[in-house]
Design a binder for this molecule. Structure first.
Ligand SMILES: Nc1ncnc2c1ncn2[C@@H]1O[C@H](COP(=O)(O)OP(=O)(O)OP(=O)(O)O)[C@@H](O)[C@H]1O
Length: 533
């Protein structure tokens, strides 16, 4: 039934199409409902109704918020019809997108398609403005920005155009046929083993989209879709926007190319002494005369080319109560004070800390007991054990072998004690297993001026002669300590979870003890591979 046109309007309606239009409009049910609501409201307004419930105002407020929330949670993106398969190039169906952009970047990168020459969206940064809008997708072809055609523009020019625009930006795009699958927030965390600054990276497709980080940073990897550029953000960072970082594979390749010397054997930092693995033996020895340079390193010091430090996947770990402790590994240049720090730890809590008992093939002396100063074994057995890789480190001095057996470490750990072990840096990688979960600390010397001040009365056990006599530090010792520490940090920095400067001894000791306490009791990051053995 045609609706009636109000009388007041009738004289103005002369054309038949106007008449049809008005009839249709007044015939619409929604309009009629609105008019009815309007009339009811007017009716009640005049009667000034009293609320039925005292809490009516609060209820109304709550309902309003509920309605707001319901609406806010709904997606009102326009549902575009899928593109037909037989899309004609000359008849591109375009999509007009209007985004309101504040100061943050758009969060998308573009490139010129080699084949078609078109400007296409190369990637969408997770959590960025473009991603959150859900309207722009990888592969979309960009035709216009704010009405300016971009076909003939270089990607850099377009980026500039985008960076300059504030507020609403209108894009005209030809949507890519394949739309990206929405993915769940990934839970992959990587510890960065190198420093990275996109400003120094010529290869990055968009410097502004890069994410800078330092060695030791924990990164949440948001996307590994691209083989060369991952998307990541700093762990715990509230901002959902991801940045570009080089992928593990790509960075490894770059490191391998950048460091042709990586395959060369390491230069010994000191020809004077083969420092390091004598140390873990010395603490448990009473015979102080025959220590030090008596051991010759037998393990290879070849730099492992597989050790290109990029990223290591990590996860959170908290030592279950009663579980074995992580192995506490100390590394540092000769004379820096590792022995002193271990001694202080042992004295501070002998029930809690312990060291390994070394093995030797030399004959037991009268005052010695097997298993106290050393485990005394035959030369033949020592050689068999070497052959069977039973030693973490071993050496030979005056025809006798000395070494730290892996089982000695196990023995300390199985007594539920923290095992303090100091090793040569190249040994660390043998210990990096789920069983030992080594917590590796580098002890560094302070600046040389401070060494001169603090070590005035200290003595270094000289390795120049075989007697191992203790002598005051020389200027050369200090210099060597500083340069060795620098080399250690450059070559093995990625292996250290903690770096302590041994300036004031009690401060350094406090720091070391605090760090050990933290790994014993608190949640921290650990390589994923160590958590499922
Ligand atoms: N912070 C410090 N301040 C002053 N003296 C120190 C400090 N740390 C260590 N020393 C002293 O320096 C000397 C060398 O220390 P220590 O023997 O512990 O070194 P080390 O790292 O074990 O060296 P190496 O393995 O080459 O023997 C000792 O006399 C020690 O008391």
């Amino acid at each position: 039934m045609p609706a009636l046109i109000p009388l007041t309007l009738q004289p103005h309606v002369s054309r038949s199409e106007d008449n049809t239009f008005l009839q249709n409009m007044f015939g619409e049910r929604s309009l009629q409902t609105l008019v009815k609501i309007h009339e009811q409201l007017q009716f009640y307004e005049e009667r000034k109704p009293v609320p039925v419930l005292d809490s009516a105002a609060a209820l109304a407020h709550e309902s309003l918020l509920l309605v707001h929330d319901t609406i806010a949670q709904k997606s009102y993106d326009p549902e575009l019809p899928p593109l037909p398969d037989d899309i004609d190039d000359n008849e591109d169906s375009v999509k007009i997108i209007r985004l309101v952009k504040n100061k943050e970047p758009l969060g998308a990168t573009i490139r010129r398609d080699d084949l078609t020459g078109a400007i296409v969206v190369a990637r969408i940064m997770r959590g960025g403005a473009a991603d959150r809008s859900g309207l722009i997708h990888v592969g979309d072809e960009l035709k216009e920005v704010n009405g300016i055609p971009v076909d003939d523009k270089k990607p850099e020019e377009i980026i500039r155009l985008l960076a300059q625009s504030q507020g609403a930006i209108t894009f005209k795009v030809i949507p890519s046929v394949k739309e990206e699958e929405p993915t769940k927030e990934p839970k992959v965390f990587m510890k960065a083993l190198f420093d990275y600054d996109p400003k120094d990276d010529k290869a990055i497709p968009c410097m502004e989209a890069g994410l800078a980080f330092k060695r030791g940073s924990i990164l949440q990897i948001m996307s590994q879709d691209d083989a060369t550029w991952w998307q990541a953000k700093h762990e715990g960072e509230a901002n959902p926007r991801a940045g570009l970082i080089p992928s593990k594979q790509f960075q490894e390749r770059r490191f391998a190319l950048r460091r042709p010397d990586a395959t060369l054997p390491l230069q010994r930092t000191s020809s004077r002494r083969s420092s390091g693995f004598r140390r873990s033996f010395r603490l448990s020895r009473r015979d102080k005369k025959t220590n030090k340079s008596m051991y010759e390193c037998k393990k290879s010091e070849i730099y492992d080319t597989a050790d290109l430090p990029t990223y290591e996947e990590v996860t959170t770990y908290r030592r279950p109560s009663g579980a074995k402790h992580r192995l506490a590994v100390l590394v540092g240049p000769p004379g820096v004070g590792l022995n002193e720090l271990k001694r202080k730890l042992l004295i501070s809590d002998p029930q809690h800390f312990s060291v390994t008992v070394p093995h030797t093939s030399r004959a037991k002396r009268n005052q010695e007991s097997d298993g106290v100063e050393y485990h005394f074994i035959s030369k033949h057995l020592f050689e068999t054990d070497i052959h069977n890789n039973k030693f973490i480190e071993y050496g030979e001095y005056k025809g006798n072998y000395y070494g730290t057996a892996i089982d000695s470490v196990r023995s300390v750990l199985s007594r539920n004690k923290v095992c303090l072990l100091d090793v040569q840096p190249h040994t660390i990688k043998l210990l990096r297993t789920a069983e030992f979960k080594p917590f590796v600390v580098l002890v560094k010397p302070p600046a040389i001026e401070r060494l001169r001040e603090t070590r005035m009365n200290a003595k270094i056990i000289s390795g120049k002669d075989d007697k191992g006599s203790a002598k005051p530090f020389t200027e050369e010792d200090f210099q060597e300590m500083v340069t060795t520490a620098q080399t250690l940090e450059v070559q093995h920095g990625h292996l250290f979870e903690k770096i302590i400067v041994n300036d004031d001894l009690s401060t350094a000791f406090g720091e070391l003890r605090g760090a050990l306490k933290t790994v014993e009791t608190e949640t921290h990051w650990l390589p994923v591979s160590w958590t499922h053995s």
